[in-house]
Design a protein. Structure first.
Length: 306
């Protein structure tokens, strides 16, 4: 399988810095020949180093912002089977042009053989921007523009499927909305594992794993998970279309989608990220800040094969 997560080795700049720190400590000890041999022969060094790396690979800068989630998933929620998710997305009201065969083949022949992290709740369907570009705006080649147009089409379909309100109608444009740069190549590599497929089968979780964590804390934790990738607006919209029972009541765990970012005003920076929540008897799409404790939300994420 293709390793999708970034892989820094001891020969890269960051790896060499780590090795320099170890070398400096070794030199500082000023070991004579016999003691150096004892240190080299002592068992457990690899385990000590591996433990240190595991404990420090993720920053805990925002750990104090975590709170206990107030609500779980709605009782009505049941994740649809993959074939059913595909059928819903291919319905006449959504995307009837989608070719289901590559995704079904991947699910039946490959997905079950992958070792998934413990946090994965099951398989979900997401959709590459290229699928919508191919059928709705093939003349557009700018990746950022494609992403915005795909999100707008997804929101339009979601709004037609149920009571819905878009707090940012008309504002998903390239000057105000974008995929966070860190995740663009990571999603490209994920799509490359299922080439020429209109749909991508992924293991994922619908917010529970990061319940009660602000988006920046969830992203901080994800950086310590080599196989975890945050969902953005397009992933969230497609998952909502394919799993219509996920959002049904106000007292439920709502969903952050922190792979994307938004600039709320002409003078502001890209300081907020998308979310989907249920309230006022309807599903709502909007943007909110990435920091500060909030007990009603959890970030959605997907797993990348290792």
């Amino acid at each position: 399988m293709v390793t999708l997560a970034p892989s820094v080795t001891h020969s890269d700049d960051k790896g060499r810095k780590f090795m320099d720190i170890v070398g400096t400590a070794y030199d500082k000890a000023k070991l004579p020949e016999d003691e150096a041999q004892n240190v080299n022969d002592a068992p457990g060094l690899a385990e000590v180093v591996a433990g240190f790396i595991a404990d420090n690979r993720s920053s805990n800068k925002y750990k104090k912002e975590e709170v206990k989630p107030r609500w779980p998933y709605p009782a009505s929620y049941k994740r649809e089977a993959i074939e059913r998710q595909i059928d819903i997305l291919r319905s006449a009201a959504n995307f009837p042009f989608i070719d289901p065969d590559p995704a079904i083949k991947y699910y039946r022949e490959v997905y079950g053989s992958l070792r998934q992290p413990e946090w994965v709740e099951g398989p979900f369907i997401i959709m590459p921007t290229s699928t919508l570009a191919k059928h709705f705006f093939p003349e557009i080649t700018d990746v950022a523009d494609q992403h915005c147009r795909a999100v707008n089409i997804g929101i339009e379909k979601l709004g037609a499927s149920r009571p819905f309100h878009n707090w940012r109608a008309g504002e998903i444009t390239t000057d105000r909305f974008r995929r966070k740069a860190r995740y663009v190549p990571m999603y490209d590599r994920l799509y490359a594992t299922q080439p020429n497929s209109d749909l991508i089968v992924v293991g994922g979780q619908y917010g529970k794993f990061h319940g009660g964590q602000p988006m920046r804390r969830a992203l901080e934790r994800m950086q310590g998970q080599v196989s975890e990738l945050p969902a953005g607006a397009l992933e969230g919209v497609v998952m909502a279309l394919a799993n219509p029972t996920r959002y049904s009541k106000w007292e439920e765990l709502d969903t952050d989608l922190p792979a994307d970012e938004f600039r709320p005003g002409d003078e502001a920076g890209f300081s907020v990220s998308p979310y989907l929540s249920f309230g006022g008897d309807r599903l709502r799409f909007g943007m909110r800040g990435v920091g500060g404790p909030l007990e009603r939300y959890g970030s959605v994420s997907v797993s990348v094969p290792q």
